[in-house]
Design a protein. Structure first.
Length: 136
């Protein structure tokens, strides 16, 4: 791979292509082969393990981090910006689900204009634990 900054040898085994335009797909010896386009002047990000072999820079699959890929840098930046937001949304959804579960299992009753909220009965959990102890 060569650009304005220099060149590097890419050992393509186990490489993943992320958000790149697919050129064509065909079958060769019962294996599906997919070709991707690396367009001129399109910025891509190459991620992998960089080392020297015979005084030449090479990039290959990173056994330690289990990563090796090339992808559209704009799409990768968008993904990296959205991941923290998605993780935060998952955390809020989990807290909301727990609160909703507590509200659903809490017994309530109306007596005229008075709302009675009583302690939930979790005795069914105790019965399961006692059955497990008795089986041991």
């Amino acid at each position: 791979m060569t650009d304005d900054t220099g060149s590097i040898l890419v050992k393509g085994a186990n490489i993943s292509f992320l958000w790149l335009e697919e050129d064509q797909q065909y079958y060769d010896n019962n294996q599906r082969v997919t070709q991707y386009l690396l367009k001129d002047k399109k910025e891509v990000l190459l991620i992998g393990n960089v080392s020297l072999e015979d005084n030449k820079a090479i990039v290959a699959y990173d056994d330690y981090n289990k990563t090796f890929g090339v992808g559209d840098i704009d799409e990768i930046n968008l993904y990296n910006d959205s991941v923290p937001l998605l993780n935060q949304a998952k955390a809020y959804a989990a807290v909301f689900a727990v609160l909703m579960a507590i509200i659903i299992v809490t017994p309530t009753s109306m007596d005229g204009r008075k709302l009675d909220i009583t302690k939930p009965n979790f005795s069914f959990l105790k019965l399961k634990n006692q059955k497990k102890k008795n089986l041991k």
